[in-house]
Design a protein around this ligand. Structure first.
Ligand code: SAH
Length: 395
């Protein structure tokens, strides 16, 4: 028998709209004693069945919904979710020549807390919630059924698991240990991915569409690629015939991979440099030195992890974007992104507008960007839209 969670009166609206989260304050009472990650039945205050979810006693998000009907939460459930998610990815893989993509995007694909990325024949799982962690074996069984040729690896080494009462966990779930580099292709660019040690599950798949959309701005230009990781926009800049690309990151292993990736694609290494520096400081140094660029890419890591960090994050975004605007030649283009989910596109646009004022520049927004299509946003879960960007024409 599963335990039953009864919602408080008038606390069932968002679940009835199929939002997948139940906060602790929305719960009236619990029948039974569910353990960490157990599947629970969710009912409204009158006992009407609403769905099944995973119980997380330590998190503010006390239940994450698996489904809104009576279905066993077993390997067949995950197989059905994988089969629902797969056609979109197969279509994108064919369209954009992808051998790396996000197969399951957690809440947005009906599997709260679970992301699965595919890099060639390696599936890399990140289990972020108590429910996701408890379903590891069912998920692996389902993945092996649908992708019998694939190895499966876990990269659940993320701080957010602490809030769920979970420890970090990494390692092989099926098949072989991943090699130090797995090569993937996207939009005709080859990229090596370090599954065991890279950021996230190894690569920033979510910026793929924005990288491709950036290509048209690059022809013959002097490009500054801030926060380059393993090449990213810099590789696409060279694909787009940039005259010169300066790639900047604080991670030396990432820069080494960026250079190896440029070489792997046959790009002219005399037209690319790889600078180990803090972007905040380097932009000021460049300003003092009078350096100028035609295109600047600004793709920083997440600055706001929680609401309390949002004000500081706004200052950070404004600062680097103001500096970038000042470093552009007249008619230059700033491609600027924010992956902080707490900052919506409207707020980010306002920050860029403030940066323009502080920089003393005339700025026009000429294109808008979003996370790649294999990172969909479910209609019931608008929080799934986290990555946005603007192309700014700067005079
Ligand atoms: N644009 C990349 C992804 C960037 S991820 C792509 O398309 O793949 C963010 C990167 O910023 C990480 O590689 C991280 O090492 C780097 N980073 C974080 N803080 C930094 C700082 N202050 N200065 C320079 N790089 C930084």
């Amino acid at each position: 028998m599963t335990a039953t969670v009864y919602l408080a009166k008038d606390r069932d609206k968002s679940i009835k709209r199929r939002h997948p989260w139940i906060f602790s304050r929305g719960i009236a009472r619990i029948e039974g004693k569910p353990a960490l990650g157990d599947t629970v039945t969710v009912c409204d205050h009158q006992g009407e069945f609403l769905g099944l979810g995973a119980y997380s006693p330590q998190s503010q998000i006390r239940v994450r919904m698996w489904c809104f009907e009576k279905t066993p939460i077993d390997s067949d459930f995950f197989l059905a979710r994988i089969r629902a998610a797969k056609p979109l990815r197969t279509m994108l893989a064919k369209r954009d020549g992808l051998t790396g993509y996000r197969l399951l995007a957690a809440e947005s694909d009906g599997v709260p807390g679970i992301t699965v990325d595919k890099y060639d024949n390696y599936l890399v799982c990140q289990l972020l919630s108590a429910g996701a962690d408890a379903q590891r074996d069912n998920l692996v069984t389902a993945l092996r059924t649908e992708f019998p040729e694939c190895h499966i690896y876990e990269r659940s080494d993320v701080a957010i698991r602490k809030k769920e009462g979970l420890k970090p966990r990494t390692g092989v779930l099926h098949g072989e240990e991943p090699p130090a580099s797995v090569i993937i292709e996207e939009n005709g660019v080859a990229i090596e991915v370090d599954i065991a040690n890279g950021h996230k599950t190894g690569f920033y798949l979510d910026q793929r569409d924005s990288r491709e959309q950036a290509v048209k701005y690059m022809d013959g230009k002097r490009v500054l690629n801030c926060f380059c990781y393993t090449g990213g926009f810099g590789l696409y800049a060279q694909k787009g015939n940039a005259n010169q690309v300066t790639n900047v990151d604080v991670s030396q292993p990432a820069l080494d991979k960026a250079k190896a990736n440029a070489a792997r694609n046959g790009f002219d290494l005399t037209r690319a440099e790889f600078v180990n520096a803090d972007v905040f400081k380097l932009l000021r140094t460049y300003r003092e030195q009078g350096e100028r660029f035609d295109v600047i890419v600004m793709d920083p890591p997440k600055f706001a992890e929680s609401k309390s960090q949002l004000t500081g994050a706004c200052r950070g975004y404004k600062d680097i974007n103001m500096l970038a605007m000042q470093l552009l030649n007249p008619g230059g283009v700033l491609l600027s992104y924010s992956c902080s989910g707490l900052m919506d596109a409207g707020l980010f646009q306002k920050i860029l507008a403030d940066a323009a004022l502080d920089a003393g520049k005339n700025v026009q927004f000429i294109e808008r960007f979003a996370q790649a299509a294999d990172h969909p946003t479910h209609s019931a879960y608008p929080e799934g839209f986290y990555l946005k960007g603007f192309a700014c024409l700067v005079q």
